[in-house]
Design a protein around this ligand. Structure first.
Ligand code: HEM
Length: 408
């Protein structure tokens, strides 16, 4: 397409063979010009393979690796309790707002600690606006056209029907999202009120301008907001459509969390069916159905096919999720497909294809796992998810619909 070699992988075996086992070749990203024009060139997810990426991933490793992610157990529980209270009082048009707020507040807490009341809300609404702009301007066809015809950037703004204005707004939002919470943490450190967080820890140590640049990685933790919230929305949908699954999960929770005790992460090993539900959520409707494109750093040959240096490699997660040889009756939501005959989980959650592959695999996968698990367990422990009723008391049928998101 426009002189770019595009490889689309529709099989998990091939994705693992190329992106995992030959990760030295498949770990860079294509240049996405529209993302750069919108001010997102420091985004971890779009960095080429190299030293800056390694520094960013080191920062994520510090705050999001498996054993650290699990240590935030009280934080997840506190916010999951708030989520349930909000969901119980919410009208259907606000459900999504509450799942987004849950993900945003967790991510803000880990990154910045406790911010002044109201600042979380403005961060949340700006982040959502930026995501919407991202979805609009970084579509694959727009990115390809700008890459293939760079002179387009020089044309007057009115030629683009608002796209450049959106890019400008994107740059403005990126700067606000980066600077304002950082400035607040700096002020908290100065007056001794800062709580433990990624940014507070960084700012309290000696650092130079290059370190400040690397810390822009903090902004990418935002990536976790939309994805965790989308997975939670899919979970709620599945629970409405598959009441038998919901009932089995609740029965499992009731067995483990007795005497009015809420389930918490320490109960996770005793609740394999709930884990299987979350695995199935990510398979049934993958949150990032086309993943984030990888690109090759050198020529390669696979199964007789020549793959040139610079080729764009897309793992089509949607195709992986619909592979009938691995997931028979693939469109059905069936968590038991992830369990062995004796009820154990077949594969760890963090190995799920929905988190991508190789050296670019999602660094937030353990955090996502724990955040999703705690929310799902808390919701199921105290509520029953069912169809809404109309004014006559008749149930309103649910028509599952998914919106398109980031496709680059
Ligand atoms: C259900 C939740 C999530 C899903 C399904 C998901 C999925 C993905 C996928 C598919 C990729 C691309 C992997 C590849 O290129 O092979 C990715 C990358 C990334 N994710 Fe996640 N993610 C989730 C949650 C999170 C969270 C909670 C965070 C941070 C708090 C996060 C931060 C990132 C970052 C920074 C990258 C870029 C990594 C790189 O390019 O090296 N994600 N994620």
């Amino acid at each position: 397409m426009f002189g770019v070699d595009l490889i689309i992988i529709n099989s998990e075996t091939i994705a693992r063979e190329l992106l995992d086992r030959r990760s030295g070749t498949y770990s860079t990203r294509p240049v996405i010009r529209t993302n750069e024009l919108a001010g997102g060139s420091f985004n971890t997810a779009f960095l080429p393979y190299g030293e800056t990426l390694r520094q960013h991933r080191k920062i994520f490793h510090q705050v999001l690796r498996a054993e650290i992610s699990v240590s935030y157990r009280e934080l997840y529980s506190r916010h999951a309790n708030e989520l349930v209270i909000n969901l119980l009082g919410a009208t259907s048009d606000l459900l999504q707002h509450h799942t987004e707020a849950y993900a945003a507040s967790l991510i803000m807490a880990v990154t910045y600690g406790h911010l002044a009341h109201g600042h979380e809300d403005s961060f949340h609404s700006r982040a959502l606006e930026l995501f919407d702009i991202g979805k609009h301007i970084t579509s694959p066809e727009r990115a390809a056209i700008f890459t293939a015809f760079p002179f387009l950037e020089k044309l007057p703004i009115w030629c683009f029907g608002g796209i450049f204005a959106l890019m400008g707004r994107g740059r403005e939002l990126s700067q606000q999202l980066l600077n304002e919470p950082d400035n607040e943490v700096k002020a908290q450190l100065a007056n001794g009120t800062a709580s433990h967080s990624l940014v507070a820890d960084f700012l309290s140590q000696p650092h130079d301008d290059a370190d400040e640049d690397t810390m822009k990685a903090e902004y990418d933790i935002l990536a976790g907001m939309d994805t965790v919230a989308s997975a939670l929305d899919t979970f709620l949908l599945a629970m409405v459509l598959y009441p038998d699954v919901q009932a089995r999960a609740r029965a499992e929770i009731d067995q483990v969390a007795k005497h009015d005790k809420m389930p918490c992460l320490d109960d996770k090993v005793s609740l394999p069916y709930l884990d299987a539900i979350l695995r199935e959520v990510l398979r049934w409707h993958p949150v990032v159905p086309l993943g984030i494109p990888h690109a090759t750093l050198s020529d390669d040959v696979y199964d007789g096919y020549f793959i040139p240096k610079g080729a764009v490699v897309i793992v089509n997660q949607w195709a992986l999720s619909r592979d009938e040889d691995i997931f028979p009756d693939a469109s059905r939501f069936d968590p038991s497909r992830h369990l062995t005959v004796d009820g154990k989980l077949k594969d760890p959650f963090a190995n799920h294809f929905a988190f991508g592959h190789g050296r670019r695999v999602c660094p937030g996968r353990w955090f996502a796992e724990n955040a999703l698990w705690t929310a799902a367990a808390t919701i199921l422990a105290v509520s029953r998810i069912d169809h809404a009723k109309d004014s006559n008391g008749d149930r309103i049928e649910v028509k599952p619909e998914f919106t398109t998101g980031l496709a680059v």
